[in-house]
Design a binder for this molecule. Structure first.
Ligand code: APR
Length: 320
């Protein structure tokens, strides 16, 4: 069986890390695409030379020509500009919308059968625009946000309870931004819901509230520390988990920015919800029962995503 092909559009911090992880996991051959002169080629060469040391077989190439992504099974998009300190994800809107147009057209022409994972921010708007520009089926275009946001939530919960991250399952819904909704009731340590752990005296409501806030600002906290860009290790690891679920038909249940056509009372928007990812792409949107607080939080998030789409349509008339 021929190896799978993974195209990474954007060979910056996340793109380079994605390539390294995909190679280490031998998910397939990798093409790094970027408009920056020499960068995809240079990173591809450097990463190829990890192969003998790490013992992976993957052909890694770099290109600035969309023809190089032809026939890709998975395309992961990080092309664009990341946040600088003081910038919100929404500030990126105008710049990255233009990038999505070029990328969407490149995918449409060269890799129309791919499973496409968008990481570029502001995520919920960019994944929607990328889908519009590429014309691919909605179940084959998905945004990476919830895996990262819940990884951040799980990390903080594991620290709080002093337990292995492997035993923490956490749940984040909604947009990838300040309006995300970390759902405490569905977050557990080995099946024990966080509210029960509070009752058991393992933490307090106040401390969990702080963790929820820290999760929602998780990306901003990293940006403030790095000063020259945004997080890349955990975003890349999250993107790879989604790509692997598709390539290996794992049927994993992962929170992703998925297209909703009626679920959760939402029509025609990408919003962070739990979905099942397998060989069919997004095979199912899982609708869970939400309490009133989570419902209200999700609504705020949905309204924020709607506003972004209005802004996108204002910038690019072809989206209206
Ligand atoms: N086509 C292809 N690549 C592009 C384009 C384009 N039209 N425009 C910019 N790029 C490339 C840049 O040359 C750069 O190498 O995208 C890459 C982005 O890499 P970084 O600046 O290192 O950003 P990164 O940290 O990887 O984040 C990428 O993901 O999480 C989001 O907010 C983040 O939107 C940002 C994206």
């Amino acid at each position: 069986m021929a190896r799978k092909k993974i195209a990474l559009i954007g060979a910056g911090n996340i793109g380079g890390t994605l390539a390294h992880l995909a190679a280490q996991k031998e998910l397939g051959d990798i093409v790094l695409f970027d408009i920056a002169d020499g960068v995809p080629q240079g990173k591809a060469l450097d990463l190829s030379q990890c192969g003998p040391v790490e013992g992976f077989d993957a052909q890694i190439t770099g290109s600035s020509d969309y023809a190089a992504i032809a026939g890709a099974d998975v395309v992961i998009v990080t092309a664009g500009v990341p946040r600088k300190p003081g910038m919100s994800r929404d500030d990126l809107l105008g710049i990255n919308l233009k990038v999505m147009k070029a990328v969407g057209e490149g995918i449409k022409a060269n890799a129309p059968d791919a499973f496409v994972i968008c990481i570029t921010n502001p995520l919920d708007a960019m994944v929607w625009a990328l889908r519009e520009f590429s014309g691919l089926p909605h179940n084959k275009v998905v945004g990476m946000a919830g895996v990262l946001d819940s990884a951040r939530f799980s990390t903080f919960l594991a620290w709080e309870f002093g337990v292995s991250v492997r035993d923490v399952t956490s749940f984040v819904l909604g947009g990838h931004g300040d309006t995300m909704v970390p759902v405490v009731e569905y977050s557990t340590v080995k099946g024990i819901p966080v509210p029960d752990l509070i009752k058991m005296g393992k933490s307090t409501q106040e401390r969990i509230d702080e963790i929820v806030k820290r999760t929602a600002n998780g990306g901003g906290e990293v940006v403030a520390l790095l000063k020259t860009g945004s997080a890349f290790y955990a975003p890349a690891a999250s993107g790879i988990a989604m790509a692997e679920a598709y390539l290996k038909d794992q049927k994993r249940v992962l929170p992703c920015a998925a297209y909703l056509d009626g679920q959760y009372g939402v029509d025609g928007l990408y919003v962070g919800v739990p979905v099942k990812i397998g060989a069919g792409g997004v095979e199912e949107v899982i609708e869970i029962e939400l309490n009133e607080t989570a419902k209200a939080g999700l609504q705020v998030s949905i309204d924020a995503v709607k506003e972004l789409l209005v802004a996108c349509k204002g910038i690019d008339e072809s989206l209206a």
